[in-house]
Design a protein around this ligand. Structure first.
Ligand SMILES: [Zn+2]
Length: 410
């Protein structure tokens, strides 16, 4: 597949100079070969290696690549999620596309609309188009470090609870499910995730399927023009860890590994939610207890006061706050439709034990300690997770129904 790079590049960028952008690991994995192929094709490529052994998607690297692309070249991103996101945003700054060469089935960001970059301390998704093409060589994917594939598997598995939370937003009516963004991945994800053993054994077909699943997730985000199809509370635990510069054994933890713990946590929280009988909620009592916007804003400011972005919760709750009358209607609907809605959510979700076993097989984290956290750390994140995004999540629904405290007992 790598030998197709020159042909694909010249098809989309005739006469332009390719700039191979990699880090020291991905240079060895594929960058060097891509550079040689482009040279042999007479394209006089340039190269830029990220000057750090360990880094994540931070603004300063976007600035570095911006300077490189100021020279007039077109990025050929060779790497996994981080390098791809940096190239994606920098290319958008130059009002041009780029070519992505994936070196691991590790994230779904290759084909997604938007780049997840830490800017002024806050992890943000910047709107920017996906690459014009993404090439993945099966041999390169299979020879990637096992933990990268495990991370990709977990990032894919996150679409299970993320899908359930999209169903909740759809139920509430804030973000209706978009069929074309939902079905391509959700219709095949169970089959892909069922191959945990083959993925762990390095089977090219199983690892290729994980990559395809991740690519479909990216396409879903393109269709929805948002990360809604791919990310919900499961990802917010990871965003908190990024924003607080969490390290384990002196190293940053990969996106997929952080998301693995977010995913397992949400499976557990959903299980608690399913144990409840919401046909018995007292809607009038819940509505009467519903806080005002002002008190929610104050609560958010209190919770986030020592957070790197103290105004984040305030800003997001202001966007998603709904008045008591609207909450009343939602709860009437929830009470009436609970058995059916609960079943639909249960059909979407995996049990905690099932998800944990899959992660154990592929070598993804199975408990908070595997990424340098404790269960108490995770529990302490719940108030942040509820408030840090404008999107309606399970915690918002539980707050409405007065059952928040019950579901967070993990
Ligand atoms: Zn992700």
């Amino acid at each position: 597949m790598l030998d197709k790079v020159p042909e694909v590049f010249s098809r989309y960028f005739p006469g332009r100079v390719p700039v191979v952008i990699a880090d020291c690991n991905t240079w060895k994995a594929a960058g060097e070969r891509v550079f040689a192929l482009l040279s042999e094709a007479g394209m006089k490529p340039q190269k830029f290696l990220i000057p750090a052994r360990e880094f994540h998607a931070e603004w300063k690297y976007v600035e570095m690549i911006d300077k490189v692309l100021d020279g007039g070249g077109v990025a050929v991103s060779v790497g996994s999620g981080t390098i791809n996101d940096l190239c994606k945003l920098s290319s958008a700054h130059h009002k041009q596309s780029y070519l992505s060469v994936a070196t691991a089935a590790s994230v779904d960001g290759y084909t997604s609309f938007g780049a997840s970059i830490t800017f002024k301390g806050a992890k943000q998704t910047f709107e920017c188009p996906a690459p014009v093409a993404c090439l993945a060589d099966a041999d390169v994917l299979c020879s990637a470090p096992k933990e990268l594939t495990a991370a990709g598997y977990a990032d894919l598995a996150a679409k299970i609870p993320a899908g359930a939370e999209w169903m909740i937003a759809d139920f509430i009516g804030t973000e209706p499910i978009i069929s074309d963004a939902w079905h391509p991945l959700q219709d095949c994800i169970d089959d892909i995730l069922a191959n945990a053993e083959a993925v762990a054994a390095g089977d090219p077909e199983a690892i290729g399927a994980v990559f395809d699943g991740l690519a479909l997730s990216g396409f879903g985000m393109q269709t929805a023009r948002s990360s809604r199809p791919a990310s919900a509370s499961d990802h917010l635990f990871s965003h908190i860890l990024d924003m607080t510069h969490h390290k384990f054994n002196g190293k940053y933890v990969s996106h997929g590994f952080q998301v693995a713990i977010g995913t397992l946590t949400m499976c557990k929280v959903f299980e608690n939610f399913f144990k409840l009988d919401l046909t018995r909620i007292d809607v009038d009592k819940c509505t009467a207890a519903w806080p005002s916007l002002e008190s929610e804003q104050k609560r958010a400011l209190d919770i986030f006061k020592d957070f790197p972005v103290p105004e984040l919760g305030y800003r997001e709750i202001t966007k998603k706050y709904e008045p008591a009358e609207k909450v009343h209607q939602e709860l009437m609907k929830l009470k009436a439709q609970w058995p059916d809605f609960r079943k639909k959510l249960m059909d979407q979700l995996y049990t905690f034990d099932d998800m944990q076993e899959k992660f154990r097989i592929v070598g993804a984290p199975v408990k908070p300690e595997d990424i340098g956290c404790t269960k108490d750390d995770i529990i302490a994140m719940f108030p942040f997770v509820q408030l840090m995004r404008y999107r309606i999540n399970l915690f918002d629904l539980a707050k409405r129904a007065g059952v928040y405290d019950e579901i967070i007992k993990i």
